[in-house]
Design a protein around this ligand. Sequence first.
Ligand SMILES: [Zn+2]
Ligand SMILES: [Zn+2]
Length: 236
Amino acid sequence: MGIYHRTRRYYGLLFCPQCLRGDGNAPYFRTYWRLFVMYACTRCGVYLQDRCPGCARPVIFFRVELGRKSALADKPISCCFHCGLNLAHAPAKPAPPAVLANQAELERILYEGWNEQVFYPQFYFVVLHQIIKQLINARPASMALQQAIDTETGWNPTQEDASVRKKKMPIGLLPLQVRIGVIQQAQWLLTDWPYRFVQVTKRYKVTSTPFLYAMPDAPFWYHRVVIENLYVSNGK
Ligand SMILES: [Zn+2]
Ligand SMILES: [Zn+2]
């Protein structure tokens, strides 16, 4: 996932304040909050959060544990390692129904597989990850795809952070709002597979290059649609 707990510039571990609150005296961080495709809590209907609302530091809960011997000994694990604010009391940020529906669909895929064709969830997420990478990089070969999806979805990641698409940034280290947006863009492109994908890529003359870039083991169902429908250039 690219979480670097010790790197304060970046945000990684997410949490739902309402779930933490519901835990009462024994709050815990769900392991699925670490998955790169999780951005909302479908139980509580809110966005996950990646920083302390008090001091804006990322969530680094093991430091609270380390500090238990001393000053933070009596604090629950849900307290901010830096300022001590209890994240269980962070104000919730309600997520729109469309965002929650997208998140619920990703959860369904995690548990059940994508569809009859793609029974194993990991093959869907490998492709989702590949497309997301093309949406946030600075490579000229990705530009047509980026423009196509930005136009079709009416959103682009530079609206949230002007530095996106200017440098290489691992998905796990993207600002949360950028990550939420590009996950949904990639998810949108894969919806109604392969019809929307073929229609959009043809309309905007997107070549196969970004879709297969640095992806030697592309899943067959994906590779076949790309090769059969898109112009295959020799560009790298
Ligand atoms: Zn929750
Ligand atoms: Zn704090």
